[in-house]
Design a binder for this molecule. Structure first.
Ligand code: BGC
Length: 401
């Protein structure tokens, strides 16, 4: 039976109110699992259709599910990486455009051009310093696939590279993906059973519910890695998009994008998006066109913003607007933080329908726990233990003005 209203629950040791984190870390009691789920999105009455999406190099077949809501909004999701492939939403004149990067078949997702487009990322998204962490006295070693760090769950068995099982939800525009990652896979402890549900509601919302259980303590931090361009994927850059983030603080990082452990105010920095800002206005080298020029984090946004309000309760995290088309995306989440990545490593690769995805041609807004939390005891915990259920929900709400 599908738990299509899996609500606003999240693993969290404490609130994401930053000054409080530092002050109350010592006093933090044992892991709190919040179970007070409430409805945080509209009803879904649309349809689901299934088609083939091609075979992987290893010969596994993959499927593509098309979700359509009552207004004609369409999302397509594939079993490969439980990935969001297409998302067609209306502009101010009602014209639909596909607003995310992706490929026409699984071959593209297995190719060099795929930079985690639209996938479910984990077991732990973002970075773990030097691919190491110690849990309950045991040191674990993970792949260092983003030298010198672990990124987005590791190598060939990262969740984004596996074929998930899928089941449509009766009477809704929704699909449930399931996968069990065995003990030791990619170096992580515990058999981890996961469920990721995509639901398209009649309020033009794409809701993603994540759920996981384990038989051994293990870190879990799941997110979706969609790249958005609200003007339409492959139609130029996102430098003209206006972004608002509900975050007073961010986690400063070292040269390898690992948090130093500090939690600093955004006030007075180019990271202050508490009121709407045009993305290109404060990127130092906004004229740079070569991927190689973007090596430094200061050349683009690739930062973790700690969300205001209480983690575990649903609240607005981000608002993105494309002034030309009028499309607006609001992101609501129960998560601790959001990673804003301005597509600094996009390299003009060819995607769906022959369209190219240029440097800064799309951006990611990934709801998650703080990066490298497993090595920062003062950050809200990402550890899931046997008997606990990991739950988190993110809603992308689309409109136009
Ligand atoms: C990270 C970037 C990384 C990108 C890979 C983002 O989530 O923040 O540093 O390059 O994923 O696609």
């Amino acid at each position: 039976m599908i738990d299509s209203n899996a609500g606003v629950c999240i693993i969290s040791r404490m609130q994401s109110n930053l000054p409080c984190i530092m002050k109350t870390a010592a006093a933090a009691v044992s892991l709190l699992i919040m179970n007070a789920c409430t409805s945080i999105s509209g009803p879904s009455t649309g349809s689901v259709k299934q088609a083939g999406f091609g075979n992987t190099k290893a010969g596994e077949s993959t499927e593509l599910y098309t979700l359509k809501n009552a207004n004609g909004v369409v999302a397509k999701v594939t079993t490969y990486g439980a990935t969001l492939v297409e998302l067609h939403v209306p502009d101010k004149d009602g014209n639909l455009a596909d607003v995310i990067n992706g490929f026409d078949s699984v071959a593209g997702y297995e190719g060099d051009g795929n930079q985690y487009f639209g996938c479910t990322t984990g077991r732990v998204c973002n970075r773990i310093a030097k691919g190491k962490f110690t849990l309950d006295g045991t040191e674990y070693t993970l792949a260092t696939n983003n030298d010198p760090n672990h990124l987005h769950g590791g190598g060939d068995k990262a969740l984004s590279k596996q074929v998930w099982k899928a089941a449509p939800v009766d009477g809704q525009a929704a699909v449930v993906f399931t996968l069990t990652s065995p003990d030791g896979e990619e170096g992580y402890p515990g058999n981890l059973s996961m469920k990721v549900t995509y639901t398209l509601t009649d309020a033009d919302e794409l809701r993603i519910d994540y759920q996981a259980t384990t038989d051994k303590a293990t870190p879990v931090n799941l997110t979706n890695h969609a790249y958005f361009n609200l003007g339409g994927a492959g139609t130029g850059t996102v430098l003209d998009h206006e972004l608002t983030l509900n975050a007073d603080h961010f986690t400063p990082v070292d040269d390898t994008l690992i948090p130093t452990g500090k939690i600093d105010p955004v006030a007075g920095t180019e990271l202050d998006f508490r009121t709407a800002h045009v993305i290109g206005d404060r990127i130092p080298d906004k004229g740079a066109t070569k991927t190689e020029d973007a090596e430094s984090a200061t050349l683009g946004y690739d930062h973790n913003f700690v969300l205001n309000g209480k983690a575990g309760t649903h609240r607005l995290a981000a608002r993105l607007k494309d002034p030309d088309s009028g499309r607006v995306m609001e992101i609501y989440t129960d998560q601790v933080a959001i990673q804003f990545y301005s597509g600094n490593f996009l390299m003009n690769q060819e995607g769906k329908a022959g369209k190219a995805y240029p440097f800064r041609g799309a951006l990611c807004l990934e709801t998650q726990h703080n990066p490298d939390s497993v090595n920062h005891p003062d950050f809200p915990s990402t550890i899931l233990r046997p008997g606990q259920t990991y739950r988190t929900t993110t809603v992308h709400r689309f409109s136009a003005e």
